[in-house]
Ligand binder design. Structure first.
Ligand SMILES: Cc1cc2nc3c(=O)[nH]c(=O)nc-3n(C[C@H](O)[C@H](O)[C@H](O)COP(=O)(O)O)c2cc1C
Length: 229
């Protein structure tokens, strides 16, 4: 099968072009493949995403076997993208913030960010920041979502189309991909070659609506007056 080659791998888009140009692709050209060197670059870039304490609570399962993608289809509400795309990537968020904490916090000390006393304080702080299941889920989903966004922008910059998907049966996909309970399947991302119809981008809420100044509901013009009183 042919490798995906819509644009050269080094597409060299500006950051703004990449952000403006990325779209959720709903139709993929069947038969395309993502080459191993493309996967390597994609995940090298994805791994540069920021994370709390640099714990990097993300793992990825790549499904590019056609038979396995067919098995995903009924678990993904029949969304054809999962069979037509080159691969489906399951983005996993790790609920366990302690998995590599000693090793990673040691790096902070070794690289001169903090001294030993502060490192020990950080070790204790992990349970303060993530004391319960709800916060551990935030750790998993927040971290994995940032990585997913990096992944989608990097893929777009490399000429690959993506579709993030939450429309799937989590227990079924967990079983098929043998994902351990400590990981949340934050989303699936279909990756491949676009065969989309260039539908217009869906409207976005305007920045005046999504931005609050200084306090929730704060207005740029009036908030400073309000705060002073
Ligand atoms: C977490 C997440 C889950 C999504 N799940 C699906 C999905 O299951 N099926 C689908 O067709 N689109 C899905 N989408 C795509 C959104 O509909 C799309 O991002 C949105 O309409 C904005 O379009 P754009 O990405 O082209 O800007 C999902 C997007 C995100 C971020």
């Amino acid at each position: 099968m042919e490798a995906v080659q819509r644009k050269p791998v080094e597409a060299d888009l500006s950051l703004e072009e990449a952000i403006r140009g990325r779209r959720s692709v709903h139709y993929f050209a069947p038969g395309a493949r993502v080459r191993d060197e493309q996967w390597a670059k994609l995940f090298e870039l994805t791994a540069l995403s920021p994370s709390s304490f640099n714990f990097q609570p993300w793992d990825f399962v790549i499904v590019d076997d056609q038979g396995r993608k067919e098995q995903l289809l009924p678990l993904c509400w029949g969304q054809r993208q999962v069979v037509d795309c080159a691969a489906v990537v399951a983005v996993l968020g790790d609920k366990n913030p302690h998995r590599r904490d000693a090793q990673i916090l040691q790096q902070f000390q070794d690289n001169g960010y903090i001294d030993e006393q502060t490192k020990n304080a950080y070790m204790g702080a992990v349970d303060v920041v993530y004391p319960d299941e709800a916060r551990k889920i935030e750790h998993a989903v927040g971290g994995a979502s940032l990585a997913a966004m990096t992944f989608m922008l990097a893929a777009h910059g490399m000429g690959l189309a993506t579709l993030p998907m939450i429309g799937f049966d989590p227990a079924g996909v967990r079983g098929l991909l043998k994902v351990p309970d400590e990981y949340i399947i934050t989303m699936l991302i279909a990756v491949g070659e676009s065969a989309d119809r260039n539908l217009p981008r869906q409207q976005r809420r305007p920045h005046e609506e999504i931005v609050h100044w200084e306090i929730f509901g704060g207005n740029r013009k009036t908030v400073h007056l309000d705060l002073a009183s």
